[in-house]
Design a protein around this ligand. Sequence first.
Ligand code: AMP
Ligand code: DBH
Length: 557
Amino acid sequence: MSTSSQPLSLTPDDSVDALCPDWPSDFIERYQAQGLWTNDTFTSLLTDQAQRIGERTAVIDGEREYSYHELNDLALRAAYGLTQLGIQRGDRVVLQLPNRVEFIIAAFGLFRIGALPIYTLPAHRRQELEHFCRFAGARAIITVDQFDRFSHRELARSVQQAVPSVEQLVICGDADGLVSFDSLLKKAPIDEQLPTPPKARDMAFFQLSGGTTGVSKLIPRRHDSYICSLRGSNDVCRINEHTRLLIALPIAHNFPMSSPGFLGVMLAGGSIVLAPSPSADVCFELIARHRVTMTSAVPPLALAWLQAAERLGTEQLDSLTLLQVGGAKLVSSAAKRIRPVLGCQLQQVFGMAEGLVNYTRLDDSEEIITHTQGRPMYPEADEVLIVDRHFKPLPAGQPGQLITRGPYTIRGYFNAPEVNANTFTSDGFYCTGDIAVLTENGDIVVEGREKDQINRGGEKISMDEVENALLAHPGIYDAAVVGIPDEYLGERAVAFVVPKQGETLKKFELSKFLREHIAAYKVPDRFELIDAFPQSGVGKVSRKVLREILKDQLDNA
Ligand code: AMP
Ligand code: DBH
């Protein structure tokens, strides 16, 4: 049922370079000549900071505090330890870690070798992890013993059994006989013991897309273009050495990573505070204790903090000057409450792991900040068009699909020619599937979506993927997933399930079944058991039409 091409599995020794679409040479030359792309890499970024401001605090993780010098030293140790495990330049390594310093150490260790992390979320489960490992031919998984009462160590073990490419498992915390992350950090290597450092045009890592056609796609990101997005973000958000950023969202997500995220803050020499949970109780306390100046949230989290402020007060938020909200549309009524209630400025962020990030500016009017999703970080270099069905550009005021091209927006997903042919125009624009309108002032207002995806409070769900996961249940004949409006999350998912003849299905069992295979945020909030799907006069209807009909049924029920 999925329309994506069949995943081809790779071995760890296969090179992925040719499978990561790059910009055409005239664009490469242009972005370099404009100074948008430089020779910097993540490795040079960290070594530069270690030399320049080595003693300053880079990261705070609970009671642990690391200077730039210490972080650089640990990254080099990790690089050496990983090479001793057989990890080499170009190898793919699935990284599944919660908000702890080991995420940063592992990522920078891998960058130093030229190995490519795949940033999965702690919420991902067996089906997702297996897919990423197989599809990219990952040689290793780096994960945590357990998080949120779930054993990631056992998950990694079971994925390794299923996917032959996975030669190594590395565990933060109790390794239970496997390789512990700490054991990799024993030796401080000299330069000759490590491979040559990466170059700016090299691939750096893979981000994940929310996915529309079945599983998440891998987003290939290179040093030069990603660092370009950090620089632009730092300018817009006025990041400097005094910035203290709280990471409350999952650190692997593109937003807290790069908009400007912890990488932007590292580039500016500021400090990062890692929150083990996004809850207001935990985060307000951390903000007070470490004099945090800014943080980022998805809309439901911002709403939860607004509510918590009534209970906890806002004295603890004294140092906080900026709250960024993005990932899904923030309704203007909530946007208007941020400053009066939390006492800090709001910045709306409309971004995507594929590239383009739009920000409201710090000196924009209250009207723009509360009613728009901002404008591109590089107004000159980011090409943004609102187009009709025939890809004809529309004037300001008319809603259409937003398509974009620019120095940090990818030209294609990893190893996905068919999907790329449908998602990128022949001249390289990424078709976001978002319906937006440009104001006369050039600000973007997101109005909706035409892609087959549910945005559940910033967490993207591919209907295809959940339907496929349901179809693996032995008692299910067919399934369709639809998104319905929700006051708190923006949208939530409802699954319509047709049992096989003679089967009796229990809703809670379906939910449990899905949780064993896919991330909990993708599990529908509600299940509706029905005898058959509606048919049209001419026969079977398309999934899209079917979902519309089912949604109408709910609306009219
Ligand atoms: P992904 O491509 O999975 O990284 O998700 C990016 C998508 O999230 C965008 O294409 C939008 O659909 C949605 N999104 C992100 N930020 C916002 C926002 N501030 N308002 C509305 N939608 C957003
Ligand atoms: O939703 C997103 O993917 C997102 C939102 C805000 C993003 O990738 C970003 C900023 O960089």
